[in-house]
Design a protein around this ligand. Sequence first.
Ligand SMILES: [Zn+2]
Ligand SMILES: [Zn+2]
Length: 336
Amino acid sequence: MLIFEILGWVLMFGKWVSARRSSLGLKLALVTLHLIYAGILFLFDGDLIEKTKQEPWYTSLYLFLFFATLVQYFITSSSSPGYVIDAMRAFNEANSRMQKASMASKQPASSNNGSLVITMDGSQLGRNLLASNSMSWSKLVMDMYPQGTTARTWTCSYCNVEQPPRAKHCHDCDKCVLQFDHHCVWLGTCIGQGNHCRFWWYICEETALCLWTGILYISYLKANISRAWWKDAVMIVLLITLSISLIFLLLLLIFHSYLILTNQTTYELVRRRRIPYLRNIPERVYPFSKGVCTNLYSFCCAQGSIYKMESLPTAPEIDEKSRPYSCRDVVTCRCC
Ligand SMILES: [Zn+2]
Ligand SMILES: [Zn+2]
């Protein structure tokens, strides 16, 4: 039995090392690709060097974007997507601190202590938090689901934690992630509630960098065509790959902007019919959307707590969202 246990530990350690290696390899590959595309430009394009001497701000801005993109990449890659297990620990710690403070002062403790760590959307849940000072994680999660759903449906069978709505187990990270979007191989981490905003900014910067580099490549080819054929050939090949990357990045940026404005995740959009709590909701209804402006604000600015969880909308709320648009709704900007 001991041999199997040791073997299990060795396999797990091996899996962890190989995952770290592949992630490190991809990071190195990404940095190398960036250096190749920008380096060749400065190596071949004499006009760009001349322009840098005359107008240093132009190249400085380009280099600023170049390094900002790489920094954003590493910040996003090392940020936590918001693991359910961490949210649960933070909640339990805040709960026990609150109980200790309550016992020491012999006065009812304020529920605000808990909200420093975790915030939850949904009026019903807000009432529950105020009604009870000591709430278990299971009770908290249970209140986020409609009555009648069983605990089995929201308990993860891999890490055995109760998942709030919109959370999903990631097999690459081997943890449940809050507002799971997808596991990004290039970043070597999951994209979830904790780092989706950083991820959007990374795609945005990468798209801008790709576009600017493409413009510099086209300017070089226009000015230097037929001087050295092999240089042109290298530049054309790089420009073609750059254009393909740019199309992919632009589509990704538009797609994630759409997800943010409608408060959805990639997982929810792709697997809508397979997610139990979304299955019966009409296709054109975005159950977690609170209007374009509020969705955008909560995505960009409302970072007051580390972990943010959303309860499932009630049946009347879904009915209200399913209601067809009238002229009055258009005038009052219902979608915003
Ligand atoms: Zn899990
Ligand atoms: Zn993951």
